[in-house]
Design a protein around this ligand. Structure first.
Ligand SMILES: [Zn+2]
Length: 143
């Protein structure tokens, strides 16, 4: 998920907002808790709305290449149409200007959607299996 860089996380415990690293983004994507780099508490994204928003980022990453392809295609078609005499030079100029403007607006919107801060909540750590087994073993030996 290279296009999703620039996403920030906000730790609910130490109230620090920090840039999320790729492995932390991966952890969020697979809904796996990870340590806060500042207070070492275990954090997880609990908000279902933010999680859905986060998972939709992959689709936003596709916007840029498809917009580049679309813009190039429209520019070429307009140029050929003008060349063939189907539209005037002014018409061709207007179409080109419109598509470039649209291109910029869409990319700006996509960038805006990709910039987000995730509210990370502290989760109580689940005991690992080994630890549970040791507790069970200790209890059994007490009898
Ligand atoms: Zn923290």
């Amino acid at each position: 998920m290279t296009a999703a860089l620039g996403i920030k996380g906000h730790c609910a415990h130490c109230d620090i907002t920090f840039e999320l690293k790729p492995w932390q983004l991966n952890a969020i994507a697979i809904e796996e808790p990870f340590d806060c780099p500042y207070c070492q508490r275990i954090l997880q994204l609990n908000c279902p709305v933010q999680l859905r928003h986060f998972k939709a980022l992959d689709r936003w990453a596709l916007v840029r290449p498809s917009m580049v392809a679309l813009t190039c295609m429209v520019l070429i078609v307009a140029l050929v149409a003008e060349w063939l005499g189907l539209i005037s030079v002014i018409g061709q100029f207007n179409i080109s200007l419109m598509v470039v403007l649209l291109h910029c607006l869409v990319l700006r919107y996509a960038r805006h959607r990709q910039r987000m801060t995730l509210d990370l909540h502290v989760v109580s750590p689940a005991l690992p299996i080994e630890q549970l087994a040791r507790i069970a073993g200790a209890r059994l030996s007490q009898r």
